[in-house]
Design a protein around this ligand. Structure first.
Ligand SMILES: [Zn+2]
Length: 275
């Protein structure tokens, strides 16, 4: 099947530092409440039906074009408190539920979801998943045992809170590789959301792989609507942009890595990280 998964981060009332990781890089992904509302309204204008959840995502090519164009999903990364204070209510008003991906080492920290909030969100029908334990930079460059430990520790923390199986995850920083998927699968994760802007639901190492389309601060307020529309030029643009970045990396080599390191460098807050 194909699915159009949207990737959001924190939503804030007055200040991006209210929720989630705090850095210039992280803040670029956060939306104001007004912008988030506008994006959701745009999606609802195209899709009055609720978004799908991870449990109904199956790999393979869809035979039915109608299925392709009616399936969308809402995902929110990082585990910032705004999922509880802002996002969940807004989804539920429409009868929708989303995926809340939690960076588990930060649970209970300032600006992050607490254990009781995570439990309540699950009870309200939201899918709670792992976004790694510590949100390492360049996750896919870590040695396999560290990647595996991140998935395993994070999943165990969520299962301890929820008392139920947790088998959905999203890749921190979009740092995906087939090794990341293998480690996730070994840790008991069944569905892995990446940040690659594709709609085809695939597989790797026995895991279901689902791409996502990111919505950032400064994007047009109708971007989500255009992304979930049939025959979307916005999806093609997102894919072209993603691939263009892939071409830049080998050319710049070490200097690109250094720039990335600088952008992600630890700042004055202990909540600094990449989104
Ligand atoms: Zn993240």
């Amino acid at each position: 099947m194909r699915a159009i998964s949207l990737l959001f981060h924190d939503v804030y009332l007055d200040d991006p530092s209210e929720s989630g990781f705090v850095s210039a890089a992280a803040n670029r992904y956060k939306l104001t409440v007004a912008d988030f509302d506008a994006q959701l309204a745009g999606v609802a204008a195209v899709h009055p039906e609720p978004p799908i959840l991870a449990g109904s995502l199956e790999p393979g090519d869809a035979q039915d074009v109608a299925t392709d164009t009616t399936s969308f999903a809402i995902t929110v990364d990082d585990g910032g408190e705004s999922y509880y204070t802002t996002v969940a209510d807004r989804l539920e008003r429409r009868g929708w539920r989303g995926h809340c991906f939690v960076t588990t080492d930060f649970i209970g920290g300032r600006g992050f979801l607490s254990r009781s909030q995570i439990r309540e969100l699950a009870e309200r029908g939201h899918v709670i998943g792992s976004h790694s334990a510590s949100h390492p930079a360049r996750f896919n460059r870590l040695p396999f045992p560290r990647i595996a430990a991140e998935w395993g520790r994070s999943r165990a923390a969520l299962e301890d809170i929820l008392g139920q199986r947790v088998d959905v995850a999203s890749v921190p920083g979009g740092s995906y590789s087939s090794v990341v998927a293998r480690a996730a699968c070994d840790a008991g994760i069944r569905v892995v959301f990446t940040s690659e802007p594709v709609t085809r639901v695939g597989t790797s190492s026995g895991c279901v792989l689902v791409g996502r389309f990111t919505i950032r601060r400064g994007d047009a307020n109708d971007l989500a609507r255009r992304l979930v529309s049939p025959a979307s030029g916005a999806r093609a643009c997102a894919w072209a942009s993603w691939n263009a970045k892939g071409l830049v990396r080998p050319v710049l080599g070490r200097s690109y890595t250094s720039i990335a390191d600088w952008l992600l460098a630890t700042g004055p807050s202990d909540r600094v990280s990449q989104p």
